[in-house]
Design a protein around this ligand. Structure first.
Ligand code: FAD
Ligand code: NAP
Ligand code: FMN
Length: 718
């Protein structure tokens, strides 16, 4: 698109006349003009000449993504755009130099949703910036845009960030060129169910607006795009294995540690808490963090870790692809595109084995873009035809049956399409990157430290836990720095190991929980002998201990959870946490009971069978005996008719109503996001309707108000 100089000059004059509002869009942090550092959010239009983003037919994809799906959508869309001869750039919203926004004419925003309708972390700054009241209503009138949201309709605030972004951009004068799209995890095809048709429409409109120049044509689909990265093996490194300057990468430091806020955790307990006869393996995991700069955590915080693939699985994958011989040869990952950088946590120097162990996920269900790219890697015409059919609009149901319904993995798909030979240079385009997994912390910080101090006291308390923990007014912990010694933080997790049968009766495992299950803890060093320390060389030792007698260590980060306790401990609390949803509830209840002395606590817990999977039963019963907790357990399969938490909530209508209405209490809900949150919400509405003498519509509005006051919060996951 030709540069609209009149607009540019207009903006420039407004700025020169001191229009601070537009200036905010034009800030060029860190640049200097005539020796004068520019203040943040100020602009000198003379800078504009240095900015050369006005390539004709430029399209910018800005994404906000918490766990990588929106990023994946943005990167694939940019590739498609390049096929249509657009000059496409991709960036996380917060990484984008927003001083350039005033010069962007054609932008596609892609935003997922996290928390309770919140923006992902990497768009928070950008969003805050857009919200500034000082922006004039025509600040972005040079820009045409559209928005694609990723969300899950089981959440009340379905796709909120994308919807709010769409509106806010319009308020700032930007003009939508195409209708927004809102993907729903509940769609049987997942994100692809909405994305496919939406993209088809997007390209149609985009090409009408910016037709391909006469001398060019759309790059046909059988022409493969430039690989984003190349894997370069240096023959002189052959056989060098780890004995080279990549040595530093072999410490148990490969991923999170490259960013501030990562801490090394040692696994001290990894214990199955469901009955051995029960089909579901749920683990109580205890981690110890001794890093002196670890800032601790709060009740309701979430722990994130990046899992790895097991050595035996990686070996099988390497063998299948004929890469075993070169698996341990050092290689360098070279970036080929200026706007597609290697994620920061992936080292440029490593080996094929470390890449497949620590960074690439070939054991997950493939996205449509995987099949799109795969077409290029087989010479078998039947396979090509099948793959083309899968990615065509008409083939979506077939793709669903083949891929999503059966939860086929990428590795299995490769084995089905036997003619496929994956070129090493396309690995990073073809295989998704292993994303961190989150787990609600199931312990309260104060309790954990006290437990340790007590157990340490009998040994050498001063040496091990010399720092005295004090309970501050706001319920936080702080260390009394006058006392010397090493402080150890303990973090508990309650983890369901993902292991299920598909419709084809094939067993499936989850990447992170399979890995967690395999790890040996300080407690089970002797017992564990199989998968944790497999025979294959684990050259990078990123996350597991390399010898049988060491507990596993890995890097973790602490993130703020969505759920928050009421500040005042005398406010009653209703916790609803079926299954592993009980994890954050344990953190809150421990904190309320041990640290705050609160007694008005209710827990609605759900499990299948009292004797099989009633997590932390003894603790709840003990608290109940002490008059500090009322617990209602819904054991769904102990009788003929299912009993779920929502049934007990309705049974306890008067108590629930008293806590919500009379006492202005707080309700916290956590667990599986499939159907449970909607069912529980309906049960709460029914309680409000019957106890408060309201219609269901009024009760629903009432609950929405309670939610807006922060007294009904949920954190659920798929
Ligand atoms: C904020 C937050 C807190 C969380 N807290 C906890 C927690 O305390 N405890 C906990 O156990 N998990 C928790 N999770 C979930 C956790 O992050 C992982 O998603 C989970 O452990 C699975 O990871 P995985 O890598 O093992 O599985 P993946 O390899 O990611 O596979 C998971 C996928 O497998 C499929 N799947 C799983 N089970 C079935 C089934 N029975 N039938 C059909 N398909 C299935 C689903 O598509 C699912 O999305 C939390 C998630 C979030 C976002
Ligand atoms: N993505 C999925 O398909 C999916 C969904 C949920 C769980 N899972 C698997 O199960 C593991 C453990 O999950 P979990 O910790 O949530 O425990 P869970 O054992 O699956 O569920 C806990 C309790 O919640 C009940 N429940 C089921 N549907 C409910 C609903 N709509 N409302 C209220 N309660 C309901 C269950 O009953 P019943 O089992 O008797 O119905 C059970 O008694 C996961 O890691 C995963 O492997 C997978
Ligand atoms: C902890 C958590 C909270 C979520 N909250 C919401 C929400 O409030 N509203 C919504 O529409 N979707 C919500 N989602 C669904 C995500 O937006 C959806 O899964 C999306 O595809 C994730 O994209 P990302 O990987 O780019 O972050 C939530 C998902 C998780 C795991």
């Amino acid at each position: 698109m030709p540069l609209d100089m009149s607009k540019t000059l207009e903006s420039g004059s407004a700025l020169e006349s001191g229009n601070a509002e537009t200036n905010a869009f034009m800030s060029i942090p860190g640049k200097e003009q005539h020796g004068q550092p520019l203040e943040q959010d100020s602009i000198d239009p003379r800078h504009l000449e240095h900015i050369s983003i006005h390539t004709p037919r430029r399209i910018l994809f800005l994404y906000g993504s918490q766990t990588g799906c929106a990023q994946d959508v943005a990167e694939n869309a940019a590739r498609e755009a390049r096929r249509m001869r657009f000059s496409a750039s991709v960036s996380a919203m917060d990484d984008y130099d927003r001083s350039l926004l005033i010069r962007e004419h054609f932008v596609v925003f892609i935003a997922s949703t996290t928390g309770q309708g919140e923006e992902p972390d990497n768009m928070k700054k950008f969003w805050k910036f857009l919200l500034r009241k000082s922006h004039p209503s025509d600040a972005l009138d040079h820009m045409e845009y559209t928005v694609f949201g990723l969300g899950d309709s089981s959440y009340i605030k379905f796709n909120w960030p994308a919807k709010k972004l769409y509106k806010r951009l319009m308020q700032l004068g930007a003009v939508p060129f195409y209708e927004p799209g809102y993907a729903d995890d509940q769609h049987y095809l997942g994100v692809d169910g909405t994305l496919g048709p939406w993209l088809t429409g997007l390209w149609k409109v985009a090409l009408e607006k910016y037709p391909i120049p006469a001398h060019l044509e759309i790059i046909p689909e059988d022409v493969i795009f430039q690989n984003s990265f190349s894997l370069v093996f240096d023959p002189k490194d052959k056989g060098m294995g780890m004995n080279m300057d990549m040595e530093k990468d072999h410490e148990p430091i490969l991923d999170f540690n490259t960013e501030p806020g990562s801490y090394l955790a040692t696994m001290i307990k990894n214990k199955r808490i469901t009955d051995p006869k029960h089909s579901q393996d749920v683990r109580h995991i205890e981690l110890s963090i001794k890093d002196p700069v670890f800032p601790g955590y709060h009740p309701g915080d979430v722990l994130a870790m990046r899992p790895r693939n097991l050595a035996s699985d990686v070996n099988e994958f390497l063998k299948y692809n004929g890469w075993t011989e070169i698996a341990d040869d050092p290689l360098t990952i070279v970036e080929n595109l200026s706007d597609h950088r290697l994620p920061k946590h992936i080292p440029h120097r490593q080996t094929l084995r470390s890449l497949l162990t620590n960074h690439l996920n070939v054991f997950t269900t493939p996205r449509t873009s995987f099949f799109q790219l795969l077409v290029h890697f087989t010479d078998d015409e039947d396979e090509k035809e099948k793959l083309r059919e899968f990615v065509s609009p008409a083939g979506q149901d077939d793709l669903y049956s083949y891929s999503h319904r059966m939860k086929r993995t990428i590795f299995e798909a490769l084995k089905d399409f036997k003619g496929v030979k994956v070129p090493l240079d396309y690995m990073l385009d073809l295989f998704p990157i292993i994303m961190p997994r989150s787990f609600s912390i199931a312990s309260a910080p104060l309790v954990s430290v006290q437990e340790h101090r007590q157990s340490a006291r009998s040994h050498d308390a001063d040496k091990i836990h010399g720092k005295k923990m004090i309970h501050t007014a706001n319920g936080d912990l702080s260390a009394d720095d006058n006392l010397e010694g090493e402080l150890e933080w303990k973090v508990d997790l309650c983890v369901a190991i993902v292991y299920y049968k598909t419709k084809l009766w094939k067993w499936r495992t989850g990447i992170c929980t399979k890995w967690l299950k395999s790890l040996q803890s300080g407690e089970n060093l002797v017992e564990t002998s199989t998968s944790a320390v497999e025979s294959a060389p684990v050259i990078d030792a990123a996350t597991t201990a390399t010898t049988v007698n060491e507990p596993a260590q890995f890097w973790i980060r602490i993130q703020k959870g969505t759920l928050k306790l009421p500040k005042d401990p005398s406010v009653p609390l209703i916790c609803i946490g079926p299954g592993t949803g009980v994890a954050p509830m344990r953190s809150f209840l421990h904190h309320r009971i041990y640290a705050q002395g609160a007694t008005e606590n209710v827990l609605f817990f759900g499990c299948r069978k009292r004797d099989m999977d009633y997590h932390y039963r003894q603790e709840w019963e003990q608290f109940e005996k002490e008059g500090r907790l009322k617990v209602f357990s819904a054991c769904s399969r102990d009788q003929e008719d299912k009993v779920y938490v929502q049934h007990l909530i309705e049974q306890q209508g008067p108590l629930v109503w008293n806590y919500i209405h009379e006492r202005k209490g707080t309700i916290l809900l956590s667990g599986s996001s499939t159907r449970m949150p909607a069912d529980v919400t309906r049960a709460l509405q029914r309680v409000i309707a019957s106890q408060g003498q309201m219609t269901i519509e009024q009760a629903s509005e009432y609950l929405t108000r309670v939610e807006k006051e922060g007294r009904f919060q949920q954190e659920c996951w798929a």
